[in-house]
Design a protein around this ligand. Sequence first.
Ligand code: ATP
Ligand code: MG
Length: 774
Amino acid sequence: MNKYIQELNESQKAAVLHKEGPMIIIAGAGSGKTRVLTYRIAHLMNQNIDPFNILALTFTNKAAREMKERIANVVGTSEAKNLWMGTFHSVFARILRSEADHIGFPQNFTIYDTQDAVRLITSIIKEMELDKEKYKPKQILARISSFKNSLITVRAYFGNPDLIEADKMAQRPKVGEIYHQYVERCFRAGAMDFDDLLLRTNELLTRFPAVLSKYQQRFKYILVDEYQDTNHSQYLIVKALADRFQNICVVGDDSQSIYAFRGANIQNILNFQRDYDNVQIFKLEQNYRSSKNIVQAANSVIEKNKTKLDKEVWTANDEGSKVKVKQTVNEVTEGRFVADSIFDHKMNDHLKNSDFAILYRTNAQSRALEDALREKDIDYVIYGGISFYGRKEIKDVVAYLRILINPNDEEALKRIINYPARGIGATTIDKLAVAANHYKKSIFEILENLDQYDLNFNSGTRTKLLNFVTMIQHFQIEAQTKNAFEVAEFVIKQVRFIKDLEQDGTPEGVSKVENVQEILNKVKNFTEEQKEKAEDDSLAHFLETAALETSSDVATKDDKPRVSLMTIHLAKGLEFPYVYIVGLEENLFPSAMSMTTRSELEEERRLFYVALTRAEKQAYLCHAQMRYRWGKLVDCEPSRFLEEIDEKYLENLTTVNHKPVQNKFINEDIFGSVPQDRIRFKKPIQRTPVKPTSAPKVEFQPPKNLKKVVKTTNNPINLFDANISVGAIVSHTKFGKGEVLSLEGSGANQKAEIRFASVGVKKLLLQFAKLTII
Ligand code: ATP
Ligand code: MG
């Protein structure tokens, strides 16, 4: 028997060795689903199945890369690179390129990212003279995206009175018209957005039976990881392709379905047995990832969900430490607790930064954590922030490159027609856009034949426009004989990007110059790697790879081990020895926007389950008593999920001591001796200084599930000392206006931590700080 088979338990082995026909592996977190999928592919290859005939769909590009490496190790050949493996978007973008002419798109179509899509929708709303407040571009894009993911085309929309009525009721009767315009404009620009990559694939497979048949024949084996998060459009593609051979293997966990808000449909997993004949079901129940305490704590929460398939998850791993719960005063002290704890673990347990992950519900939470990690000199990497390709200076460079490949790309053209400034004003661009719409051409086509259109430009403007066109045409000619790196280098030099940014002279300017240099490095690496593999090193291919880079593909400039920071959504499928889940507060997690229906709340609970099951050895659950949200200090209550975990598996880290403390601020640094398990303010925090007598009282309430370790007291704590208080707005001679976040020490040593609008958070010794209270 092959060695890799011995690395599997009996149920896993059965799933790997299963021969032909539809199969589903439904299993809990950490039970080896991804491992089974990987080994199954390796096993197929060992049975002489040609990797060109295997299609494997993963949730991120990174997962695909790692799987390929693992497979290459197991089968011991370089054949793994011939597998069709990647995200839905990357695999089908590749197929669409070779079949683009069927559906009227150029082979080199552009992929619009969300920023491009929002900009296009904003222009359409403006041109239609609609109210920006009623028609918010991001919301309209989300609506259009939901149509596309349910395969509702423009025609289908106008044929569906319910949809039209729904938009009328929402005071947005022109949604259909915007959708229509948007699709037209993308088509004319030779561009597809992310949802189009799936929608157009469906169109291709439905309208062209010969194309469908070709890919059915090619993909004799289809495997899908994280099947619970496929949307309707993805579901139909898989179903169409698998229809002929029915060798479809899907893997998933209904308890980890967390993308319903983006159209994922948990029914896809629940209905799999209905969709295919003779489905073999495999269940994996042994978790190999986490300690007993973590597995059981996670089970005790997910139990509360009503919609779920029956399955037991257990582990033979050690009991491990209990899941630790930590309450802090605010997000700043939360960050510090996490950074200190990571620091201590590293020192005591000889760990690397990469052994730790900090998970949060929303990206906005990363700020305070970053500050704290920096203070402790801990290297970290944030996944899912503004991606490298989302930065303005990079988008500008990439826009030049996009135009060379596809001159009809309207969003790219609008970015660069007057950047760097060449005196082409907004009115001119608007006029061009209107003409393009009127004549159903792209702006570039109008520009190329400017004489044929009567646009009333004065001779100065005409010359500038013609110079621009000549420059682009010149670049296009150069691009024909150069590889991706040579083109990028040539364009960056000719356009004098770096010169323009260098003139800026500010630190931001310097970092932008570095970024432009970094993109050149990226193109260079790309061309070299592609050459080595004897694969396509064209500029078009580089642009496609860049457009499909997902938030989880962040690469750092060096290979230092780093603490990972990301939203829970991005953490799906990953594992880390130590995991900190922060911001476990009502309205943040569960999110205030997802608590109105049972199904929304169940999705939040699944999200929590995903978060907790990422941890191998130790999980920390943190919540703050107050936190800045949307620029306001809000009072927070612990998340209901904390109460839902069986208390057997929890340890409360909060210090318990009952000495009442008077005239002190709530601040952990001075708070060690005060019971602070649950401090709730009866009144909102007052921002103006208040005399001690009028300070709000703080009352202690024991959390329901932590009764054993917590005793209560009725002693009020005075929040205010002297005349400066947490929450007060102050003015500093140098930094300007700021808000007091916390105070520590007393007398001459009293320090305040203040968030200034100009410079961020600073800690100042009050006797020198010369603050005025506003
Ligand atoms: P998730 O639900 O989070 O996606 P999963 O079910 O895909 O998890 P894997 O990531 O495949 O689980 O496996 C979890 C961990 O357990 C991995 O580190 C994997 O290498 C390990 N593992 C899985 N099966 C075995 C096994 N039979 N023996 C030893 N380790 C295993
Ligand atoms: Mg997995």
